[in-house]
Design a protein around this ligand. Sequence first.
Ligand SMILES: Cc1cc2nc3c(=O)[nH]c(=O)nc-3n(C[C@H](O)[C@H](O)[C@H](O)COP(=O)(O)O)c2cc1C
Length: 411
Amino acid sequence: MSALQSKRILLIIGGGIAAYKSLDLIRRLRERGAKVRCVMTHAAQQFVTPLAAGALSADHVFTDLFDRQDEQDVGHIRLARECDAIVVAPATADLMAKLAGGLANDLASAVLLATDRPVLMAPAMNPKMWSHAATKRNRATLAKDGVRFVGPGKGEMAESGEAGEGRMSEPVEIADAVAALLAPPAGPLAGRRIVVTSGPTHEPLDPIRYIANRSSGKQGHAIAAALAKLGADVRLVSGPVSIADPAGVTTIHVESARQMLAAVQSELPADAGIFVAAVADWRPAVEVGEKIKKRAGEAPPAVEMIENPDILATIGHGQSRPWLVVGFAAETENLIDNAAAKLKRKGADFIVANDVSHDSGVNARGVMGGDRNRVKIVSKDGIHEWPEMSKTEVAERLAALVAERLRTITV
Ligand SMILES: Cc1cc2nc3c(=O)[nH]c(=O)nc-3n(C[C@H](O)[C@H](O)[C@H](O)COP(=O)(O)O)c2cc1C
């Protein structure tokens, strides 16, 4: 049976070009057995009509906070409660900002503030709006407040011939994400909270330059997805990557090592921590406030580096240490010796060691950025060598190992 069978979905349609796709979303949700009721913002009605949304949902469409008829019995509070989940599609920059700021000056924002139901947002906007610092801040705040996100994806923008990140997910993907949101937690990791880090960190030199590494986030994201599939409540703290947030996972986006540590700490306590991110060991000692200028005749600037916080060691030896701590070690030499030393030094239960040297033979592109991996699992019980496999398979096997370790623990 579909996870959406007989579920009541309140669909808030925001004022973006992608509103036309929300009409199809109504159909996709209903064909899986959901009952759909729509709220449309005033801006949304510039793009699609309440008549179309009403005909497709077979229900009244709500548009006005001060509607005498609907508000006789405080309709906005009823709308917020008489549903199993709220989906905002398209989630405009404006709606995200309103909810992040706690505003409630129209029907959509009042409903969002008054609800205690799970909220899923499908953002859609111009890539410049999506990458604006204000939108990034709002997204991070909303994720922290428990709002789930699906997309946006990359591609052509409908309105301008521009391309980039900001395209609303397809209706079928949004319907899948709603189903994942409402599926009863099942699986061996149901009820477990697991923090995962993924991707590189960016360490700023000045407002436009930074020091980074080649980590793509593929392995960490795959692990987060595999843990979520086993029922875990996964908090993924991701450095800057160009891959999509995994479905069914709460993703918190950060840039630097210091931000990553703070985000991890604010997600604790957790049952397990899996530290996959390639965190920069050092950062420039000074972050210059203005762009460092190239001046004729002057020598290139010297960059003094200082040590970054060690996230794995801080958490592994910390007071709020998760019951299970897993670290990753990307080594180019003395793989096993270095991993075994790291196990002790960092207070980890497992180190997943991968050889990122050029001649590791995994594939021509190497482990970082590639799709395959060959790892060794180092623990106090010894070393287990896993054969070369895809990063998804490594993730599934590691998730099973985590589930096995947590099976007997009641925290
Ligand atoms: C043609 C056009 C297309 C727009 N597309 C988007 C969009 O895709 N995403 C977005 O966040 N805002 C978009 N906007 C701006 C919003 O419509 C505007 O911020 C509006 O106030 C949003 O209201 P709402 O959040 O209440 O729906 C667009 C505006 C116009 C005129």
